[in-house]
Write a protein that binds this ligand. Structure first.
Ligand SMILES: [Zn+2]
Length: 596
């Protein structure tokens, strides 16, 4: 009896001690039993750990063992897991730590390859572009191509594409295309090579623009510049080794900003082969999620399913380092080229769209690539595969088509919980947002367009439309999950790339709504620093069904995190743009480290 009593007493004393030592900060998991057993590989203490858990708890310290986080809490709690000679103990001296950032939409392979062979400039004016071309043609033989990829009229000081005459003047004997991806401006030589003239019939998708007075071609091709570019062989293809080298270099730049995961906006077989091998060599610095775009027009639903399954078999890494995460389709064009499908005609506000985009039709509403039934077929295939359906979709009119397809599938079997998404989704009217919220549709957004192009777009588009341009505060109130990404397509430099992938500049735009020329667009749609960080961490994990594994600093999750050079939560707001990572850790492995 006495023995039993003493036993119970010891138990209670033991419990008391355990609770005193290991009382967890609310919301933070540290298990006393684990604590007694484990020795950490790395302990970061004396810091400001933004865990980005549900309550946005801030802790002092975090412990890592192998590829996982084993403790988060106070200095005392976490340092208990450190052992001299076995644990790297890092005094953060108050520095901020965030979960490894997740880039939720970048064309990583394409961008990596773009700068590898030749670094083209990023001209900020028609004038500088023409000067560059004039010099460049001197080094080329007659008939050799110049193609400026991903170059947009909204990003030129003159707020327009170069004209046919301007291009002809600097390059009379070389084909040129200024390719804005969803529209392209060609010179006469390029059109001649392609055999395109004013008698060429209009294509099924897109518009060959003609001078309304003379009927002559203007050299502008709205989402049909492939008519010209199919005659351009492109740059030399990279070898497998070169591709890996290119990816390694771009990923190193991502790591310097604190990124540890990337959702690739469009993946190809040779890219996946490169990521596979980088992983097996221990040289892949970011966790990948791939997006696959099957051939949805010609193939039946069953064939689409099989095509995706075949792609899945090519991925040789564990899921946490690479998986096919999405089935993608293409709805419309882009807002930087006036080809995004809009509800209102581009001429609704006035004629400025004619100058900026080269349109000659005030009633033009942009382009939809396929019909709703085709998108619904692809979405049915995604449903069967249990993969999220997603689509490139910029305009509100495009969104009507995409959500129309989602509704069609939803009528047969509810899509809620499947996290289907909209990539870009620049213009989201309230009725669309409501349907998305009700059906768990998530938004993969790129705030870069707000700060790079917002000033000009607000002059071109009506107030009614511009009110629906990334209204993040409104979206947040609906409960829709928004993940942040860049839509990086070419170049390596985080600021001069198209589009810029610097996440801290993006977060600055989210919290300030400042556009590049210094103005502010819809300040009422600002979101908090906490919400902005969620877009680049846990929400990116959510859209790729991996929030149980990464996206926050919590016990049991992947040891993916970044130590920052500034206090993100309290630094003066403009200093957010200067944030970078001092150290980045992915799966417990340091992939970037620098002095302050
Ligand atoms: Zn994209």
């Amino acid at each position: 009896m006495l023995k039993k009593f003493i036993g119970a007493g010891l138990y209670l004393i033991g419990l008391f001690i355990a609770l005193t030592i290991f009382v967890p900060i609310p919301g933070i998991g540290i298990s006393p039993s684990n604590a007694a057993r484990e020795v950490a590989d790395i302990v970061l203490y004396n810091g400001k750990i933004l865990t980005v858990d549900k309550k946005f708890t801030i802790a002092q310290a975090v412990a890592i063992k192998k590829d996982r986080i084993i403790a988060v809490g106070t200095n005392k709690q976490v340092l208990a897991l450190a052992k001299k000679g076995k644990t790297e103990q890092v005094d953060l001296k108050g520095k901020t730590v965030v979960p490894g950032l997740i880039e939720s939409h970048a064309h990583l392979q394409e961008a990596a390859e773009s700068d590898y062979l030749e670094k083209l400039p990023t001209p900020d004016s028609v004038d500088s572009l023409l000067k560059y071309v004039a010099e460049k043609v001197k080094t080329l033989k007659e008939g050799e191509w110049i193609v400026f990829e991903k170059t947009f009229p909204t990003r030129f000081k003159e707020r327009r594409f170069p004209t046919l005459q301007e291009l002809d003047a600097v390059a009379p004997k070389n084909p040129i295309v200024i390719d804005g991806l969803y529209a392209g401006q060609a010179n006469s030589y390029a059109m001649k090579i392609a055999g395109v003239d004013k008698n060429t019939p209009q294509p099924k998708v897109g518009v060959i623009v003609k001078d309304p007075a003379t009927g002559e071609l203007t050299g502008l091709f709205l989402r049909c510049q492939a008519l010209i570019l199919k005659h351009y062989a492109g740059m030399r293809k990279l070898t497998h080794e070169e591709r890996m080298d290119a990816i390694r270099k771009l990923v190193a730049s991502y790591n310097q900003l604190g990124f540890t995961s990337v959702i690739e906006g469009l993946s190809w077989e040779n890219g996946i082969a490169a990521y596979n091998e980088l992983y097996s060599r221990g040289e892949l610095g970011v966790r990948m999620t791939y997006t696959f775009m099957p051939d949805i027009v010609k193939k039946s639903k069953e064939e689409i399913v099989n095509q995706v399954k075949a792609m899945q078999l090519l991925v040789k890494t564990p899921d946490s380092w690479g998986k096919i995460g999405f089935v993608k389709a293409w709805i419309d064009g882009g807002i930087l080229t006036g080809t995004a499908r809009m509800r209102e005609p581009y001429g609704a506000k006035g004629p400025l769209h004619k100058k900026v985009y080269g349109h000659n039709d005030s009633n033009f509403k942009g382009v939809v690539v396929f019909d709703q039934a085709t998108y619904a077929k692809a979405a049915e295939a995604a449903y069967e595969l249990n993969l999220p359906m997603t689509a490139h979709c910029v305009g509100d009119g495009g969104l009507d088509v995409l959500l129309g397809a989602y509704k069609q599938v939803d009528a047969a079997h509810p899509i809620k919980g499947r996290r289907w998404s909209v990539i870009h989704g620049d213009f989201t009217p309230e009725d669309s947002l409501q349907w998305m919220a009700d059906h768990g549709v998530v938004l993969i957004a790129q705030v870069a367009w707000l700060y790079k192009d917002g000033a000009l777009l607000s002059e071109v588009l009506t107030e009614k439309t511009i009110k629906t341009f990334y209204p993040f505060r409104t979206i947040e109130r609906t409960g829709i999950v928004v993940s942040g990404g860049s839509d990086l397509m070419i170049k390596w430099d985080p600021i001069n790339a198209v589009n810029p992938y610097h996440p801290w500049i993006a977060m600055h735009a989210l919290v300030t709504r400042q556009v590049e020329n210094g103005g502010v667009l819809m300040p009422e749609e600002r979101i908090s620093r906490e919400s902005a960080l969620r877009q680049y961490t846990i929400n990116g994990a959510y859209v790729s069904f991996s929030e149980g594994f990464k996206g926050s600093i919590e016990v049991g999750k992947a040891a993916d995190l970044a130590v920052l050079n500034k206090d993100y939560l309290t630094c003066p707001v403009d200093e957010i743009k200067e944030i970078r990572a001092l150290r980045t850790i992915v799966g417990g492995k340091t992939v970037h480290m620098t002095r302050e």
